[in-house]
Design a binder for this molecule. Structure first.
Ligand code: GDP
Ligand code: IMO
Ligand code: MG
Length: 428
């Protein structure tokens, strides 16, 4: 199984980091293909927590890690992450695409200003400059990693870009901020020198790895419902978060992908704005948030939570052709009775089971639930992990089976805690 994509099936934070780390043990390299430091992927090993924004989550296994051309790289955050890992004794074998775009501080400033202007249409971004950097990429104003290594190109491109941003900041947003072109150029060159040894043609290296029969994991960031095309526009992010994004964002053909693994939280969570039909704004929601520690890995914001919604999950399965599902955070539902799963929406006088494109219609969607019996609060997960699937409470097995019946995709991994070892791997 050489080319494996790990993709979020909901609104991000499904525990892709934990699952990537878990599967990276048997892989040769791990590639990020989309997004930037808006991602926050958590890996917990023997009580120690690692949070990754840019460096792929498989790094703790000492595997080769790549940032593909589809990633937008924030120099400050990348160097910080490398330094922190260095302090922990990890020297990542990092490779950065010469075609990846660079996030500048003016992109982050612009991100905040755009949000302010959008008012109720704002997505509640992570303010990591993601939207403005991808906009500049699409408009062909962007600066790529390769440009950092060529002083003359960098100067010529920054000259145009900084002038443009200066006008936008002052004349469009009315902000009294003066960008220092010289300082921006110096910083960019400094970053170029710092990363020059990591820069390469990632597509060439990944294709070569696949030719040799190596196992490559493509680690998705965000989730399907945040995708620029297929997500809940405009309440999503600016990159292709779906499995197809791996081909574009790493430079591999769709023929090179052998398996697509969808990560699904046992309930729904969402950071940021936009409609969320199964949202629980009550004590059950508060309980899930507290037990599940649902606070943003990147921003610390409380995540909105709700019952598991299978409508977006089924939509993700279609868009990504998911072969196997991973259910995460099953432990968080312990002690809740009954449990609810949304299987369809009532939208006015229509019953629908897919995602409407238009937000006003989606806002009107009311969940149609199926109720299931919950299991007890005090579950000995350590014993269950040792005993495997059969040791799960009967109601938890029923929860998993009902999901499989609805979505018609097998659940092959069950995660019952943040630690690497708190996982049940099924032979499916
Ligand atoms: P990602 O962005 O998809 O990688 O997910 P995040 O790391 O942002 O959020 C997932 C959070 O849940 C992290 O704090 C993980 O340590 C934690 N986590 C992962 N799997 C489990 C699980 O099965 N149970 C519990 N209770 N926590 C988990
Ligand atoms: P991981 O990889 C959850 C959300 C933001 C906002 C919208 C746009 O950890 O799953 P952006 O900063 O990308 O312009 O914000 O997308 N968002 C995420 N939500 N997990 C993420 O990443 C996210 N990355 C962005 O909250 O609503
Ligand atoms: Mg996250």
């Amino acid at each position: 199984m050489p080319g494996i994509v790990i993709v979020g099936t909901q609104w991000g934070d499904e525990a892709k980091g934990k699952i990537t780390d878990l599967l990276a043990k048997d892989a040769d390299c791990i590639v990020r293909y989309n997004g930037g430091a808006n991602a926050g992927h958590t890996v917990v090993v023997e009580g120690k927590t690692y949070k990754f924004h840019l460096i792929p989550s498989g790094v703790l296994h000492g595997k080769r890690v790549y940032l593909g051309n589809g990633v937008v790289v924030d120099p400050e955050i990348l160097l910080d992450e490398l330094e922190n890992l260095g302090r922990e004794g990890f020297q990542p074998d990092l490779h950065i695409s010469d075609r990846a775009h660079v996030v500048f501080s003016f992109h982050k400033l612009e991100d905040g200003l755009q949000e302010r202007l959008k008012g109720s249409l704002r997505a509640g971004t992570t303010k990591r400059g993601i939207g403005p950097t991808y906009s500049d990429k699409a408009a062909r104003f962007g600066i790529r990693i390769a440009d950092l290594l060529d002083e003359e190109t960098l100067k010529a491109k920054l000259d145009v870009l900084v002038d443009l941003k200066q006008k936008i900041i002052n004349q469009v947003y009315g902000e009294d901020v003066k960008l220092d072109k010289k300082e921006i150029l110096e910083e960019a060159s400094r970053f170029g020198r710092a990363v020059s040894n990591y820069v390469c043609d990632v597509s060439a290296e990944i294709n070569e790895a696949l030719d040799k029969g190596e196992t490559v994991i493509f680690e998705g960031a965000q989730g399907t419902l945040l995708d620029i095309d297929h997500g809940l526009y405009p309440y999503g992010t600016s990159s292709s978060t779906i499995a197809g994004g791996a081909c574009i964002g790493a430079g591999v053909s769709p023929k090179r992908i052998d398996e697509i693994i969808g990560v699904m939280k046992a309930y729904t969570s969402r950071v940021g704005t936009g409609p969320l039909p199964t949202e629980l704004k009550n004590s059950i929601g508060e309980r899930i948030r507290e037990v599940g520690k649902e606070y943003g890995t990147t921003t610390g914001r409380p995540r909105r939570v709700g019952w598991l919604d299978l409508v977006p999950v089924k939509y993700s399965i279609r868009l990504n052709s998911i072969d196997k599902l991973v259910i995460t955070k099953l432990d968080v539902l312990s002690g809740l009775n009954p449990l609810k799963i949304c299987i369809k929406y009532r939208c006015g006088n229509k019953i629908i089971d897919t995602m409407p494109a238009d937000i006003r219609t989606f806002e009107k969607c009311e969940p149609i639930y199926e109720e299931l019996e919950g299991w007890e609060a005090n579950v000995n997960w350590e014993r269950i992990v040792k005993g495997g699937y059969e040791a799960l409470p009967e109601q938890a097995k029923e929860y998993i089976q009902r999901i499989e019946e609805h979505v018609k995709v097998p659940i092959s991994i069950i995660s019952v805690g943040p630690e690497r070892r708190e996982t049940i791997i099924l032979d499916k």
